[in-house]
Write a protein that binds this ligand. Structure first.
Ligand code: SAH
Ligand code: SF4
Ligand code: F3S
Length: 442
């Protein structure tokens, strides 16, 4: 039997895609390899969002050159966003690659791999489709049996000037609510208690059909057995009052939202084509907190966007301080081929300045996180346990409703269970505590 090996880079969307196409391969008679070395098919599911992500794949792919020369029957596939972004350019860098296939081709992956095995030429499959194929969710291997992603929509119609995603993932297409609910039922029936709905621009869910994300969230929250529902990633300008109310009123919709601000400077936000000003972003945050008190916000920031001055950066620092995010991902601007920003603006912020701003913003964010986390000391939090702590195998790790990591000691096998933990101490990244019998307050 042929064995396959998958390495996944990039975001949750790629993680879900890898699960789903692995399911297709298992159904077609492949079995998982124990490692890269004993695989007959090696697949890299790649990310294009920053140059560094692509470089990692090029160097990882480069190490397979000699092996391919010795084992001509080996199939090496580059999948994911790089396949869509780079296409035949991948073959210039990695001539020993047999297959380049984009995200809309995964339903055909078993067939494409066979074609690649039989053909002397590399197979290129990067056409976008206007529909979302349905995968057999029970065939798709997941990290654990109690958590699952569901693809709610694909693509992105925003035009953020720096971003490759609209090119790599195509136009927005929403999956019908009924299909998603059916998928949630199948997953719940197999023991899933936490679902995360995925979309690059999930707050725009259903807009083309006259629906909104709140409709979907309400429908999935009603599926018996789903105790936690989350969704990512939200663009602020589509977020509605109704969505935040649903988060407040439905106990299984977690009070947490990843809603990237990207910058606090109006001038930079306009150049980014983010379609909101800093004041408008703050208004949306105020609306979120008014409708759903205690809601936890997370953000992404890009530092060193073209022409970003110290004053622009100070505005980002100020926004971070004003909002008090529970978490923030900070990225240094990386010019991407094919985006409006690379065409229109020179990448003129020096690397050392980008790095310094990255460190400064991170230090501020960690300070904010530490004080927010310390405020939780004494509270009792309901934790969905994910497994043993990586740092200390005697302890368990899981997440609270707000997505904070909670580490505690407990007896028996607690993986996949809900445990109430009283918080005793906190760092910027982690809450530590002990299991208690009393009900959780949050
Ligand atoms: N669809 C999501 C995520 C997009 S990619 C969203 O809109 O929120 C994840 C993050 O990568 C973005 O939020 C942005 O902060 C960052 N990013 C995207 N393109 C980038 C680039 N060219 N350089 C640096 N960071 C980038
Ligand atoms: Fe990229 Fe903007 Fe779409 Fe997010 S919303 S995927 S940053 S274009
Ligand atoms: Fe990367 Fe593609 Fe996700 S570019 S961030 S893997 S959608």
């Amino acid at each position: 039997m042929k064995k396959f090996w998958v390495e996944t880079f990039g975001c949750q969307m790629n993680k879900l895609d890898s699960e789903q196409f692995s399911g297709e391969l298992l159904k077609s008679g492949y079995e998982p390899a124990g490692g890269l070395d004993d695989a007959d098919v090696i697949l890299f599911n790649t990310c294009s969002v920053r140059e560094h992500a692509e470089q990692r794949v090029y160097s990882r792919g480069g190490t397979l050159k000699h092996r391919k020369a010795k084992e001509p029957g080996l199939v090496i596939g580059i999948l994911g966003c790089m396949a869509q972004q780079e296409r035949e350019k991948i073959l210039d860098h990695l001539p020993h690659v047999d297959l380049v296939a984009g995200p809309d081709q995964y339903k055909n992956l078993p067939r494409l791999i066979e074609e690649a095995r039989e053909s002397a030429e590399a197979v290129l499959a990067t056409r976008h489709t206007a529909f979302i194929p349905q995968f057999d969710r029970l065939a798709a291997p997941r990290e654990n049996p109690w958590q699952a992603y569901i693809l709610a929509m694909k693509g992105c119609d925003e035009m953020c000037s720096y971003c490759v995603v609209p090119r790599t993932r195509g136009r927005e297409v929403s999956k019908p609510i009924a299909e998603i609910v059916e998928e949630a039922k199948v997953l719940a029936g197999s023991g899933v208690v936490e679902i995360t709905l995925l979309g690059q621009n999930i707050t725009a869910y259903g807009e083309k059909e006259g629906k909104e994300l709140a409709d979907l969230v309400e429908a999935v929250a009603a599926v018996p057995g789903i105790r936690r529902l989350r969704f990512v990633t939200s663009h602020p300008h589509h977020a509605t009052r109704r969505l935040f109310r649903a988060m407040r009123d439905l106990p299984n919709v977690m009070p947490q939202i990843h809603m990237p601000a990207q910058s606090g400077s109006d001038r930079i936000l306009a150049m980014m084509k983010r379609t909101y000003t800093c004041a408008e972003y703050l208004d949306i945050v105020a609306m979120a907190r008014e409708e759903c008190p205690g809601i936890e916000l997370a953000s992404d920031f890009i530092v060193g966007f073209p022409t970003e001055t110290e004053e622009d950066f100070a505005a980002t620092m100020k926004l971070t301080e004003q909002v008090g995010f529970g978490y923030a991902f900070i990225f240094q601007y990386s010019p991407r081929p094919g985006t409006p920003a690379i065409r229109d603006f020179a990448d003129d912020v020096p690397a050392d300045v980008k790095l310094r701003r990255n460190h400064e913003l991170l230090a501020l964010q960690e300070k904010m996180q530490l004080s927010k986390n310390r405020a939780r000391v004494g509270a009792t939090v309901e934790v969905l346990v994910e497994g043993r702590s990586e740092r200390n195998a005697e302890k368990w790790t899981g997440r609270g409703p707000d997505n904070r990591i909670v580490v505690f000691e407990g007896d028996g096998d607690l993986a996949g269970k809900f445990v109430n933990v009283r918080i005793a101490r906190a760092t910027a990244l982690t809450l530590y505590g002990d299991p208690v019998r009393e009900p959780a307050a949050v």
